[in-house]
Structure formats: C-alpha cells, structure tokens
Write a protein of this length. Structure first.
Length: 155
C-alpha cells in the first residue's frame, strides 16, 4: 500500500481553492490548511483522542451558523473520524428476538396477559417471553402486525 501511494503523482494530495474533493462552495485553501495544521486530524486510536475531537466538534457546533466553508469541511472530517472510532469501539450487539419482544412490551406498557391473542395460552406466552420456547411462524406474524415492525426482528 505504501509503495502505491509513493508512486502516485504528488498533485493528487495538493488542494486548490476550488478543488472538488473539498466539498461545495468556495473554500479558502489557506484557511483550511491553517485549521488542519492547528488540529492535526488523524485516525483516532484512543479514548482521549476521541474526547479531544468531540470537544473540537462541539466548539464548531456552537457556532455552526457562523462557520466558514473551511471550518465546515474540518467539522465534516472530524465527524467522520469520530463516527469511525465510535462504530469500532461502541458497537451495539444485536438484540435477540426475546429481548426485542420484552422491549416492545415495556415501551407499550404491556404485560404477558396482554399478548394472549398472540400466544394463545398463558403457558406458551410465559415460555416464549422467558426464552425457554422459540417463536412460531404464527407468533412472528402476529407480533409484527401488533407492533407494526418487521417480522425479521423476531427471527
């Protein structure tokens, strides 16, 4: 990879004021270079670096209506760096079908007895909600209709 980068023309890495790689609108290349030189954005590897960039982004956000195109471009870059770090370090694990059902019940203030139309008997409802018994195709169809969600949530 390093070898291929060295073989690329150096003009690929030089930005001009109206360079399409730098977004829409007039961008003051000198201002952008000055901002890059002050902040030295790079791939975030630690929590401390992430917090630093989050603080910088918050400063930009506080004055978002008065930002120059160069500042907007830097804010976009910081956003991408932060999102990349946080997706890698704070990824949420997928919820199981039973966890999805429990959350839907909690969010809709429902109890087990409120789902008798789905499960038929209190015994089956109890077993499914406790995770001791799997959802049937009929349960999945009825739950997705009741909660207006995709059946895939219960697979």
């Amino acid at each position: 990879m390093t070898r291929r980068i060295k073989e690329m023309p150096s003009t690929m890495f030089k930005a001009t004021p109206n360079d399409p790689r730098l977004g829409k609108g007039p961008l003051n290349a000198r201002e952008y270079q000055r901002l890059l030189g002050r902040t030295l954005p790079h791939v975030i590897r630690t929590e401390a670096e992430n917090e630093h960039y989050v603080e910088l982004l918050a400063q930009f956000d506080a004055r978002s209506d008065r930002m120059s195109p160069a500042e907007k471009e830097l804010a976009d870059l910081l956003t991408l760096l932060i999102e990349d770090f946080e997706e890698q370090h704070y990824a949420l694990k997928a919820a199981s079908p039973v966890e999805v059902l429990r959350e839907l019940m909690r969010a809709n203030n429902l109890k087990q007895k409120d789902l008798m139309d789905v499960f038929g008997t209190p015994n089956i409802a109890s077993e499914v909600i406790k995770g001791k018994c799997n959802f049937t195709t009929d349960h999945i169809r009825k739950l997705s209709q009741r909660f207006h969600v995709s059946p895939e949530l219960f697979l």
